[in-house]
Design a protein around this ligand. Sequence first.
Ligand code: CP3
Length: 345
Amino acid sequence: MSNSGQNEKKLLSVLRGERRDPPPVWLMRQAGRYLPEYRELRAEKGGFLDLVHDSEAAADVTLQPIRRFGFDGAILFSDILVVPHALGQDLRFVAGEGPRLSPPLVDSALGALEAAPERLDPVYRTVELVAAALPPGTTFLGFAGSPWTVATYMVAGQGSRDQSETRRMAYGDPQAFGAIIDAIAGKTIEYLGKQIDAGVDAVQLFDSWSGSLSPAQFEQWVIAPTVKIVSALKARYPDTPVIGFPKGAGEKLPAYARETGVDALGLDETIDPEWAAETLPVDLPVQGNLDPLALIAGGDRLDSAIDRIEKAFAERPHVFNLGHGILPDTPIAHVEHLLARLRKG
Ligand code: CP3
């Protein structure tokens, strides 16, 4: 395989441990509401879930940011909550309020749910369509939520500010809670495996709420299930990189990096890139970690934030990204500016 040229998947090579200059770039939540072409299609198709289940439309949304910006990575257009849907919860996205899962497991048993694995079939079809349409140099990323983060929605039935119901259940009935985590982990292994079979090049585990756990709970509910998922995937797909993104993990990141077996580590915007560069294993690819609000601010603050990240990670495999998802009010011109600055040559 050639090491340069337009057809080489640069992002994939970095996830496998190579350093590239300039670093490959994609943005979390890049397929979505800051794009006028997304808002237009979304209005036409009705609900968010209808869009996810319409494989042609979902493939189109996945490709929109690639056409517009030429990112090095495309992320599948779907959601982390399709896994609870496949486990048998009802899933609705309420305008202006966010997701609702019912019945919430805080007052209903996992065993009462009737699994509906076919609900994921349109997602695999989307993967096939995107894989056939992507430019050859673009790395295709699949994803799932990590068991802890997905469990916080399954238990509460919706997003929660501090994940209190779920943390209470984890202490109060660790056996019942462990069964929920195991069910999500098992489904996630199957779900990511089928995404890989259908054509994604790498996968990311989003653990958006890992920051709300005490150290012992983090080991039990974040690290252990991540180990299980990564090792099951590695046994079947040794060449497919897994990116772990334990948002808010802070000083627990080195343990996460050492123990989970992930191939690359996503860093949120609260992590000092210089600390990360000094503390994390030198050969571990890192991804991140521009503050989504710096991207909105633009100007000098954006430029200095970009420079600080590039400088800190100049010696190691680095994928440029945000520290969390791009916000809906991000000016398109600022995304263009970010790319121009990174690729200045
Ligand atoms: O661009 C992409 O990254 C593509 C797909 C993607 C979506 N959600 C589409 C989406 C990804 C990777 C996600 C991840 C996701 N979903 C996470 C983890 C990352 C994070 O942001 O913390 C979480 C916690 C969810 C659950 C979820 N889905 C919530 C809380 C909401 C409502 C609020 C919000 O963020 O918009 C969603 C809806 C959702 N998922 C939208 C999109 C484009 C907005 C739906 C719309 O168009 O109204």
